[in-house]
Design a protein around this ligand. Structure first.
Ligand SMILES: [Zn+2]
Length: 437
């Protein structure tokens, strides 16, 4: 039985169960890219099931046990581990699934390209958005399935491990070292990440503990490039509400990266991004803002990706204004003019899997927020953003949830008018609306 949780990532996820916690014990040898893994997944069945499926790509399962139900048999085909039970398991049962696996992890192909585990010149990063989680651990790979995580990673002693969550422990393990990280707030599988590299660490003084990681020789450039991050956190807390996690980390890889990427409690940048140029400062602000929009408040379906990228792009414009650059309105006007020259054949409320990361999703999404800001004025607009985050903290949302927050803020009648008059033309029609002012 094949179940697809989201048409934008066909073949991933099982809506019949939800993960509560992932306990991942990984041993990784950089030479030869060899991973030995043991995952204990605590899950709850959401309906009566005869079988369940987990996603795991390109790695070989060498053992599988379940506590809480008798297993008839299990198979691993086409990146799906299917466990068939001897008797049907009722809804609401808690099971512990232990999967032992090994192999040479590699990024997983998907509609928009490859995502997940990636070898660097000297190290590893995991960039899973949107479908790469199964490239390194067995999971229920749907964005809506949030769980807590603990990563215990053993690797060559000369390397630093940075995983999602707070750093709990580092201890020697023979000629290697073991690193432990814990994510206490529930996160989506695609947002769990791991970075391994010959990295030094620099801590930043901010409202939450911030650590910058990167090659020791690039320390000065990295510290300078990310110097405004504490001020960004302070500004975004004012705009969006409290920072949602216990810490924020940044990893800068020696390898240049085409684009940086957000993951839970951290972001990964390439050495090419470590500068004070606006082209990079806006990316630093963008990735940070995803901790609120994308990571803490997550679109339950990828068709609502504008709730991540439109908001993060608008956060860039807010930071531009906050840091003494062009105002958000000036940024919005410039990008509106650029959009008028591009094809208007992308529906923001349903861009399609192939175009979900098209730049027009980012810019038109940010302009949608700007239109709402102009219609509401600043006080109500930022109340809306903070209320939306607070209501859906560590949960999943749809565009309808944003509209409900809007109605809750301004009342049913004005709310309906704003949805029809402001949001619908930006989200649910193809032509570019005129610039809002
Ligand atoms: Zn983004």
């Amino acid at each position: 039985m094949s179940i697809t949780a989201d048409p934008y990532v066909p073949g991933h996820g099982d809506t019949r169960w939800a993960a509560d916690h992932y306990e991942l014990e990984l041993t990784y040898k950089l030479a030869g890219n060899h991973l030995d893994g043991r995952a204990v997944v605590q899950l709850t069945t959401l309906e009566e099931v005869g079988d369940i499926a987990l996603d795991l790509y390109g790695l070989r399962v060498t053992g599988l046990t379940v506590t809480g139900a008798a297993v008839a048999r299990w198979t691993h085909r086409n990146s799906r581990v299917t466990i068939r039970f001897r008797d049907r398991v009722s809804a609401g049962e808690i099971l512990l699934v232990t999967v032992v696996y090994k192999g040479a992890p590699r990024p997983m192909p998907g509609p928009g390209g490859r995502a997940g585990w990636e070898e660097l010149t000297d190290g590893v990063l995991v960039a899973s958005q949107p479908h790469g989680g199964p490239s390194w651990f067995p999971c229920n790979d749907r964005a809506a399935d949030k769980a807590t995580y603990r990563f215990t990673v053993t690797t060559d002693a000369a390397y630093t491990v940075v995983a999602s969550g707070r750093h709990v422990d580092t201890r020697p393990a023979g000629r290697r070292r073991t690193w432990v990280y814990a994510v206490d707030a529930p996160i989506s599988p695609y947002l769990a990440t791991l970075n391994i590299g010959p990295y030094a660490a620099w801590s930043q003084s901010a409202r939450v503990p911030c650590t910058l990681y990167g090659p020791a020789g690039r320390g000065a450039a990295i510290r300078s490039a990310f110097a405004d991050q504490p001020a960004m956190i302070a500004a975004f807390e004012r705009f969006f509400g409290p920072y949602p996690y216990a810490s924020y980390d940044v990893v800068v890889t020696e390898d240049p990266l085409e684009i940086p990427l957000e993951s839970a409690t951290m972001s990964t940048f390439g050495s090419n991004h470590a500068s004070r140029a606006w082209a990079n400062q806006r990316l630093i602000a963008h990735e940070l803002s995803h901790q609120w929009f994308g990571n803490c408040v997550t679109a339950g379906q990828w068709s609502d990706i504008w709730l991540h990228e439109g908001f993060a792009c608008y956060a860039e414009w807010l930071w531009s204004e906050e840091s003494g650059g062009p105002s958000a309105a000036e940024q919005a006007r410039r990008h509106h003019a650029l959009l008028t020259r591009l094809p208007q054949d992308l529906l923001l409320s349903a861009p399609g899997a192939a175009d979900m990361f098209d730049d027009r999703v980012y810019k038109r999404g940010a302009l949608t927020l700007h239109a709402l800001r102009v219609a509401l004025a600043d006080g109500a607009f930022f109340d809306l953003l903070r209320g939306f985050v607070a209501t859906h903290r560590h949960s999943v949302v749809s565009t309808a949830d944003l509209e409900r927050s809007l109605v809750a803020l301004v009342g049913a009648s004005r709310g309906r008018d704003l949805v029809a008059g402001v949001l619908d033309p930006w989200l649910r029609a193809l032509p570019l609306p005129k610039f809002p002012e």
